[in-house]
Design a binder for this molecule. Structure first.
Ligand code: SAM
Length: 288
């Protein structure tokens, strides 16, 4: 009885707190990508060929690799560092074209999958399970890639720290290949405020309730998707997914301030022509 009372108290406190607007880039639960259950849901999502979910759909991945090689952004024999490589959907395809790839991801489940797949396909790829904030390379790579908007998920300070590590990892004149979302994507996706019950799904294997909230910080071009998950044992966790959108002028400024200059922009890394109305900006920047 006492246990139930405590549980109800915790749930009420959590619901009372749900009206509070988190501070900009206030962290939530830290175990997300590598959580034993969430990482399983994520891997299924990465491997779904038909949705733009944890990874983009297969057709888009194939077009992207074709474009990066066809437009000589990545060249035969290049050493490429794939930051947040997931299950290796780009790394493996690049390796098949003679690129020497190192892939880093924090999800053990994704890296285990990537290693197994590389073994089956006879591909020699250096897959590392760890955080890209721990990289310590000096002038090693011709290209560093970070695909599917990861750069948008950081505060300015954290982003600049990562850009510093990437800059150092690149050879002189090396390329940083990445994409960022724009305000247009946020407008088309909208802000969600809802709750739902699940018998078991993305967040938890068993019965749970999810309180999903969206917060806008328009002056900072930043958005928060917050998910409060209450499981049947009464455990409550709040996950915060932050997104800082960019425009061509704002991302150019960030790159210039961090020792890069833009070589090439499109609306997608598959080479789609850049338009101001695009949901994404795909960038190839050179270390200067
Ligand atoms: C949106 S997914 C994109 C995956 C991959 N680039 C793709 O497009 O298929 C972001 C990836 O970054 C990884 N990730 C997130 N934070 C990380 C960190 N600090 N260090 C390494 N990997 C990280 C996640 O595990 C996930 O695989």
């Amino acid at each position: 009885m006492e246990k139930n009372e405590k549980m109800f108290q915790k749930i009420f406190e959590c619901l009372a707190d749900s009206g509070r607007r988190p501070k900009l880039f206030e962290p939530g639960e830290t175990l997300f990508w590598d959580d034993p259950h969430i990482s399983k849901s994520m891997l299924e999502n990465h491997l779904n060929p038909n949705v733009d979910g944890a990874s983009r759909r297969t057709e888009s991945i194939e077009k992207t690799v074709e474009h990066l090689l066809g437009a000589s952004i990545i060249n035969q024999g290049d050493k490429v560092l794939d930051l947040g490589c997931g299950p290796g959907l780009y790394s493996s395809r690049l390796c098949m074209h003679g690129i020497k790839v190192t892939g880093i991801d924090i999800s053990r489940r994704s890296i285990n999958y990537a290693r197994k797949k590389a073994g089956e396909q006879g591909l020699s790829i250096d897959y590392i399970c760890g955080s890209f904030f721990d990289i310590d390379y000096d002038g090693v790579f011709d290209c560093v890639q970070q695909i599917y908007g990861e750069l948008c998920t950081f505060s300015d300070e954290t982003r600049n720290r990562l850009l510093g590590l990437i800059h150092r990892a690149l050879k002189d004149g090396g390329r940083f290949i990445f994409d960022v979302s724009t305000h247009n994507l946020r407008m088309s996706e909208g802000i969600k405020n809802r709750w739902y019950y699940s018998d078991g799904g993305f967040w938890r294997p068993n019965r749970h309730i999810v309180l999903e909230q969206g917060f806008g910080y328009p002056k900072q071009d930043t958005w928060l998707d917050q998910y409060t998950v209450i499981d049947e044992a009464g455990e409550i966790k709040t996950y915060r997914l932050w997104f800082h959108d960019y425009s061509l002028p704002t991302i150019s400024q960030v790159l210039n301030n961090n020792g890069f200059e833009i070589e090439y922009v499109c609306s997608a890394l598959d080479g789609t022509e850049y338009k101001e109305s695009s949901d994404w900006i795909a960038v190839v920047a050179r270390k200067v």
